[in-house]
Design a protein around this ligand. Structure first.
Ligand code: NAP
Length: 326
């Protein structure tokens, strides 16, 4: 651990948003870290959302409304640290504000009331003054609210996150399985995808190291890709690479508007498109995974395995080549 200082015991951890894609990986790391001791508490709006966590020993899944101050205070009391992963990607401006600004504000108050100082908050690359979407603006304001609360705060800002259960490369793969071509707006937008296990590892390192207090980290992978390249790779690795039809942004916005009107979560909203106006890559001015002692995994080393077009033997051949064995 080099010069890093080890934090005092952090045994009881409250994980808001622990049932989500990143939350699952974080919870697994936390349970592993506790080695059968400790306590990880995950509130959820519906217990069914956390069924996949049930097998984790030392994890308690509880149904709760984290937007209710009394319930939130009860959850926070007794925790040594809180991790906040609650977020939405789609919704009205009011919904973004409630989840990304009001919840952090009330969480900070609950922490102050309960005397809980340690908070690790997951934000996103691209936040900052002049952020172009409701998602990024509300995330920016949420960070500011937490900084103003004077807690022992660490903020983690990941780029887009990939992993077996992601709704990103898997979505591009699914769409190309179904459609003969891929209409794509914003194809030149840039991303620096980071592996979900590296993000989870970063959360746990923050809990264990006092030198992360008060700092903001950008969590990114080793390579920058355009959206168009990522769609192509997802298609290739899933065995259904389709030609892309670049769409002008105005047409992309119309397409997104149509998706917003369909029932369920939209595949892409106008706000998502607006977020792509800022590069989703490391600014270069903040520390990252390397400073946390984590070597970022390459997309090419992980994603083909779960997008899974290649029969096992072909995949091993490519991995052998990657390792310089042929
Ligand atoms: N995934 C990415 O590519 C990516 C990229 C950059 C940053 N991030 C950030 O990483 C964090 C985790 O993202 P994720 O991909 O794991 O998200 P996710 O899979 O959508 O999970 C969201 C979590 O938040 C909870 N939640 C959602 N809406 C809520 C609401 N209105 N009230 C209370 N709880 C609510 C859900 O809990 P229940 O449904 O169980 O109640 C769930 O556990 C977020 O802060 C996100 O902004 C993610």
């Amino acid at each position: 651990m080099n010069t890093a200082q080890v934090a005092p015991d952090m045994n009881s951890i409250l994980v808001l948003g622990g049932t989500g894609f990143v939350g699952r990986a974080v919870c697994e790391c936390l349970v592993e870290r506790s080695r059968g001791g400790g306590r990880v508490v995950v509130p959820t709006r519906r217990l069914q959302h956390g069924l996949h966590l049930r097998s984790l020993p030392t994890l308690e899944l509880v149904q709760a409304d984290v937007h209710d101050d009394a319930q939130l205070e009860r959850l926070v009391a007794g925790a040594d640290a809180v991790i906040n992963l609650v977020a939405i990607l789609h919704g009205s401006r009011a919904a973004f504000d409630a989840v990304h600004i009001e919840l952090p504000r009330r969480l900070a108050r609950a922490c102050q009331a309960a005397g809980v100082r340690r908070l690790v908050h997951i934000s996103a690359v691209g936040v900052g003054p002049g952020a172009p979407s409701h998602y990024l603006r509300s995330k920016t304001a949420g960070e500011a609210v937490l900084h103003a609360a004077g807690l022992d705060l660490t903020v983690l800002r990941p780029s887009v996150i990939f992993g077996a259960d992601d709704e990103f490369l898997n979505l591009f793969a699914r769409l190309q399985r179904l459609a003969p071509f891929m209409p794509l707006a914003g194809g030149q937008a840039r991303f620096q995808p980071v592996w979900v296990q590296d993000v989870a590892g970063a959360v746990v390192r923050c809990l264990d190291r006092t030198d992360t207090l008060g700092k903001t980290y950008e969590l990114v992978g080793p390579t920058v890709y355009t959206l168009s390249e990522l769609v192509r790779l997802a298609g290739r690795w899933s065995g259904h690479e389709r030609p892309q039809l670049p769409l002008p942004m105005a047409v992309g916005r119309l397409q997104a508007l149509a998706m917003e009107w369909l029932p369920g979560q939209p595949l892409m909203s106008r706000d998502n498109l607006a977020s792509m106006a800022v590069p989703n890559v490391a600014s270069g001015t903040l520390p990252g995974l390397a400073e946390l002692g984590i070597r970022a995994a390459a997309l090419e080393a992980v994603a083909p395995g779960y997008l899974g077009a290649e029969p096992g033997r072909a995949r091993f051949g490519r991995w052998r080549a990657g390792a310089g064995r042929e």
